[in-house]
Design a protein around this ligand. Structure first.
Ligand code: HEC
Length: 506
């Protein structure tokens, strides 16, 4: 062989081994960043994708789910409009994972695998909340074929009006809370409804929601002259409309909501949240697809539009909304080519949209009331009409908006909407003391006394050496006589959320 051929062969061998995508050097980080927030042992995803073994086992399903774009779940068309916090893979990321799967999903050098994230399952925002409300412990009534939709109306007990800067829904049981809608009820009269399993909340006052994987709702502020948020009046109730999916029967939940307020003397520009588009006059005959539309001319001043939130129930198929200005410009808000009731959420635009007074907002939806729609709750299909229950239908497009001020459209909503978010990858830890411990060790999980905690102690080899189940916020574990000194791990299941850490026995 001539030298040049040897060189070519070497270059070829080099590029094959180096070009090959591996879990450790290419794929793991993409999966951690885009999948593991739901696909972790206590997340809503049906399996974990935290380790090579988990992912390689499902390589083909992963490839299918990312090429047909069913994963990560995100219903809006991002070519139509750009949103903050969008859950989407780039084409390059899709290509990397696909190539990895096609090459037999090799692990690569396991010692180079980035350590998987540890999830905070008990809330992201680090600052102490100004108000925390918790639903009474609830047992899901969803059966194997039907979901459970219930509403909890929680008195805020606020003595004066407050300005909401941020809120965060913290599911009690991450594996069964599929979505939560958050309403303010200034009358304080809205009643908790857990009877029939079809409650979707009040007709007014929707300020936001939660779906698994969504960040807390933090309204943009620059700390000086640009502070957006909602006012909550004294005496208001906060209503959480919960969705527990089929199969969750008998599982416990104790979801809570935390609020952070602006200081009372901060000048806040108050957001409105309302369905600028709605239609209550339609019929969806069985066994056919039906178009439903609505429009509204906006008068009385220019608006800045911050979010869009289309809302249909189980028969929804597609929904689109845009505005046409008096000078005939089109402002695209949202296009959802495959409606999915389970992944509906407020979509924050990257930058607020200026809507000139005199513009018309349009909403166009299609409902599929045939057997082709596998979400259709009626088998065989029956005629369906507008109404508040999940078995009825709705055609609403909510927006968060406020009177326009020059420059609003240039604010970076994603960057201004941040609070000291705790490192999302930091484990929750209990206070463990004394540490090192000798006769007994105390755990304080910082939860209130009505929460059931199942605590286990493992030795370094993973052998269980102790277990305590308790309803008290402070747990004492008597260290068995003769336990070898060394490092021990605790792992607690707090109504579906896992917390773990370690301590030393002397
Ligand atoms: C926001 C939460 C969330 C994220 C993020 C997410 N998944 Fe999922 N995934 C789910 C849920 C929930 C299911 C169960 C089916 C459903 O409800 O759609 C699921 C199901 C799946 C399935 C089973 C087949 C299917 O399509 O239903 C695969 C494979 C999958 N996910 C892969 C991924 C991959 C790969 C990523 C990252 C690129 C990802 N998921 C990101 C929540 C999520």
């Amino acid at each position: 062989m001539t030298r040049s051929i040897v060189l070519l062969v070497l270059i070829f061998a080099y590029s094959v081994s180096f070009g090959q995508k591996t879990w450790s050097s290419d794929v793991a980080q993409i999966v951690y960043d885009n999948c593991s927030s739901c696909h972790n042992p206590s997340g809503i995803g049906p399996f974990s994708l935290m380790q090579y073994a988990d992912a390689s086992l499902r390589a083909n399903a992963i490839k299918t789910s990312i090429t047909n774009k069913s994963m990560p779940p995100w219903i809006a068309d991002n070519d139509y409009q750009e949103y903050a916090h969008a859950r989407v893979l780039t084409e390059a990321e899709i290509a990397t994972i696909t190539e990895w799967v096609d090459n037999g999903s090799p692990e690569g050098d396991a010692s180079k695998t980035p350590p998987p994230p540890v999830y905070k399952t008990r809330g992201f925002i680090e600052q102490k909340p100004d108000l925390e409300l918790k639903i009474p412990k609830y047992k899901s009534k969803a059966t194997t074929i039907s979901d459970d939709y219930v509403c909890f109306s929680l008195p805020s007990n606020l003595a004066s009006n407050k300005k909401i800067r941020a809120f965060e829904v913290v599911p009690g049981n991450h594996s069964i809370v599929h979505h939560v809608l958050v309403y303010l009820d200034p009358t304080g009269n809205y009643a908790t409804d857990t009877a029939a399993g079809v409650c979707t909340g009040p007709t007014k006052g929707l300020i936001g929601g939660y779906v698994p994987g969504s960040p807390p709702t933090i309204f943009p502020t620059n700390g000086t002259d640009f502070n957006l948020g909602f006012e909550i009046e004294s005496g208001s109730n906060v209503v959480l409309a919960m969705h527990y999916p089929e199969g969750s029967f008998g599982e416990l939940d104790s979801t809570l909501i935390r609020f952070w307020f602006y200081d009372d003397d901060v000048t806040m520009r108050e957001l409105e949240s309302s369905s600028l588009i709605e239609n209550w006059q339609f019929a969806l005959p069985a066994n056919q697809e039906t178009k439903v539309e609505a429009d509204q001319v906006i008068t009385g001043g220019d608006l800045s539009i911050l979010t869009v939130f289309p809302h249909m129930h189980l028969l929804g198929k597609t929904i689109e909304s845009y505005a046409v200005t008096p000078s005939d410009d089109t402002i695209p808000f949202v296009n959802i080519p495959h409606w999915d009731f389970e992944w509906q959420e407020f979509l924050f635009f990257k930058r607020a949209k200026k809507l000139p007074s005199g513009s018309t907002i349009y909403g166009k939806g299609v409902y599929d009331n045939t057997t082709n729609n596998h979400h259709n709750p009626n088998k065989p299909p029956k005629n369906v009409f507008p109404g508040l229950n999940t078995s009825d239908e709705m055609f609403l497009i909510y927006f968060h908006y406020l009177p326009y001020v020059a420059g609003d459209e240039n604010r970076d909503i994603e960057a201004l909407g941040t609070l000291a978010i705790a490192n999302m990858f930091e484990a929750d830890q209990a206070k463990v003391y004394p540490n090192p411990a000798q006769d007994r060790v105390m755990f304080d999980f910082g939860v209130d006394g009505s929460t059931t905690i199942n605590l286990r102690i493992y030795d370094v080899l993973g052998q269980k050496v102790g277990e305590v189940v308790s309803d008290s916020d402070e747990i004492v574990w008597q260290i068995p006589l003769g336990l070898t000194s060394g490092i021990y791990h605790y792992s607690a299941n707090i109504e579906g959320s896992f917390v773990n850490g370690s301590f030393v026995v002397r």
